[in-house]
Design a protein around this ligand. Structure first.
Ligand SMILES: [Zn+2]
Length: 367
């Protein structure tokens, strides 16, 4: 029988069925009062590499995280057990029904950032935030690649609701983004990522996304912002204008899946929203959500099909670029090549050509 987090266990974990009804400050307090999380607090400080502005957040507690994707553990551990399906997780703040199973959001037990009180005693504290997990489905084996697209739309909508709750906050903890975002009154930064596979940071097999509110601007967001300032153009608009036509994988109506002409690794993809005025998931209309859900689902399916053929263990990262300068685009980074010394000095050696990757992806996705 398929593993899943059963309904009775979901009920035991349920704090709220709809995160939109939770006040932002109550959400912060919920995390502060969680005794389990208090055992794994982040160090609370970060540093900036003066050479390039890269931000390093210190978090020694995360080394204690459980991993069920580590190779040496998978031989000995029970393949029929999953801590999420067993209900060994934090309280659920959002729950939505899918055609099969449910999608839900809870607090990350090992948060990268934490909503430290302003009067916290340590003088080294200089960054704060909140870190959540969205479990794509309560059914262990279900994810974007094998769920009906309408279920993927629901997952995306719940992600968008959390993005809005976190960004449109009334807290003094986060500085206002009014210099580049004067419509939505957002504060802080929300980063949404997905790690799949042990080789790229995926620690649990049960499919999930990570969502973090941070007081610190991720470097790539700064790059997007600088791109817009320097070119007077959002990145999403630029790439749709400038990327060669033969690198388009599929046009989904409101969004386009492409291989960027500057592909760093074979099969890198970007799903770019056509309307470059939109900068957050929560601004998307039904058609845009549907286009994105199709794109995410088909891109992941293609990665999972291609990687074994390359003799590679399936592993990929997804980053949703929202906020300053981006427009809105989703980056798919399959782990098709290692990171070596040259890459660390900013010289990527790509063992493939973008036009070949695009053709293979096109044939696979449009088949
Ligand atoms: Zn599971």
């Amino acid at each position: 029988m398929a593993m899943e987090l059963k309904k009775d266990r979901i009920q035991k974990l349920l704090y709220s069925e709809n995160l939109e009804q939770i006040d932002f400050n109550d959400l912060s307090n919920l995390i502060r009062q969680n005794n389990d999380i208090s055992n794994y607090l982040p160090d609370g400080d970060f540093q900036i590499d003066p050479r390039d502005g890269l931000k390093i957040i210190f978090n020694t507690a995360r080394s204690k995280r459980p991993h069920d994707t580590k190779k040496h553990e998978s031989k000995t551990s029970d393949l029929n057990s999953c801590i999420i399906c067993d209900g060994n997780t934090t309280s659920i703040i959002d729950l939505a029904q899918l055609s099969e199973g449910q999608t839900f959001i809870n607090q990350n037990l090992f948060p990268i950032l934490f909503p430290f009180e302003k009067n916290a005693t340590s003088d080294k504290l200089n960054c704060h935030g909140m870190h959540f997990l969205q479990w794509t489905s309560s059914i262990h084996g279900n994810d974007w690649n094998n769920m009906p697209v309408n279920d993927c739309v629901i997952v995306l909508k719940r992600l968008a609701a959390l993005e809005k709750k976190l960004l449109c906050n009334n807290s003094d903890f986060y500085s206002s983004n009014q210099d580049w975002d004067n419509e939505e009154n957002t504060k802080g930064f929300v980063s949404i990522i997905k790690n799949y596979g042990r080789l790229v940071g995926g620690s649990l097999q049960h499919a999930h996304q990570q969502i973090m509110l941070s007081s610190v601007m991720p470097l790539k967001y700064k790059h997007n912002l600088d791109f817009e300032k320097n070119n007077n153009l959002k990145y999403s608009k630029y790439i749709l204008l400038e990327n060669p036509e033969d690198l388009t994988v599929k046009d989904y109506g409101e969004a386009v899946l492409i291989v960027p002409y500057f592909m760093r690794r074979p099969y890198d993809m970007q799903l770019v929203l056509k309307n470059s005025e939109k900068r957050y998931l929560f601004q998307l209309n039904e058609n845009e959500l549907l286009s994105c859900a199709y794109g995410i689902s088909e891109a992941i399916r293609a990665i999972l099909e291609i990687m074994p053929k390359l003799g590679r263990e399936p592993a990929y990262n997804i980053n949703i670029h929202n906020g300053p300068g981006a427009g809105l685009y989703i980056e798919f980074l399959p782990y098709t090549q290692e990171i070596g010394g040259y890459e660390h000095i900013g010289l990527y050696l790509c063992q493939g050509r973008p036009e070949n990757s695009a053709e293979i992806l096109r044939n696979l996705i449009n088949a």
